[in-house]
Design a protein around this ligand. Structure first.
Ligand code: AMP
Length: 210
């Protein structure tokens, strides 16, 4: 099963992708995590992405299309995958289509901007493996430490309030159009994001028929 998770920054895509990975046994592919790792490792992709990411802007399509194309071709994606945070533009969606990547369901996690702005202040991510947490909604077992790898939990630089506002604006201007794109292909499934994590997850499993 090949899935896309759509939704504004902070809607809960990363959290839901991690749960779905465990339940469905298919990998989650987060372009945000891949880019943050590339930045930590100071690769060419990381260097290209840094300024865009720090400022809450989209990384150019050609960079994204390159890293996603390589990732979905890896053997662990043979039985399916979950795309988290990609595609974010019509050009990226077209590139997936052209590459022959078959998509079964596009789940859009729906949530109001004002709820997101309040949520983002509690978000933490693991500086080593990228796993995401929230100090209230999804806390780690030990404060400040990743349950999975023991890495230090940090606040993402692009979760600063002004940057969150810019990312929301970018979502509405460039990414939200993908809902219409996938609705025309009869693949769009809407899920309410402003509910407890496990309930949102059950709703996702129901709309994808899993
Ligand atoms: P995320 O972790 O998904 O919120 O992504 C963090 C940042 O990485 C975004 O604000 C963009 O700068 C960049 N990014 C991640 N995925 C994409 C994508 N598919 N297209 C363009 N930029 C992306």
């Amino acid at each position: 099963m090949n899935l896309i998770l759509l939704g504004a920054p902070g809607a809960g895509k990363g959290t839901q992708a991690e749960l779905l990975t465990k339940k469905l046994g298919i990998p989650a592919i987060s372009t945000g995590n891949m880019l943050r790792e590339a930045m930590r490792n100071e690769t060419e992709v990381g260097q290209k992405a840094k300024n865009y990411m720090d400022n809450g802007l989209l990384v150019p399509d050609d960079v994204i299309i390159g890293i996603v194309g390589e990732r979905v071709a890896q053997p662990d994606c043979a039985n399916g995958f979950i795309l988290d945070g990609v595609p974010r533009t019509v050009a990226q969606a077209d590139a997936l289509e052209k590459a022959g990547v078959k998509i079964d369901h596009v789940v859009s996690i729906e949530i109001d901007d004002n709820v997101i702005e309040a949520r983002m202040t509690g978000r933490r991510v693991c500086s080593k493996c990228g796993e995401s947490y929230h100090i209230v909604a999804n806390p780690p077992k030990a404060e400040g430490i990743c349950d999975d790898c023991g890495g230090e939990l940090v606040i993402r630089k692009d979760d600063a309030p002004e940057t969150v506002q810019r990312r929301l604006a970018v979502y509405h201007e460039e990414t939200e159009a993908l809902k219409g794109y996938y609705e025309r292909l009869d693949k769009l499934r809407l899920v309410q994001g402003n509910q407890p994590i496990e309930e949102a997850n059950r709703e996702i499993l129901r709309v994808i028929g899993a």
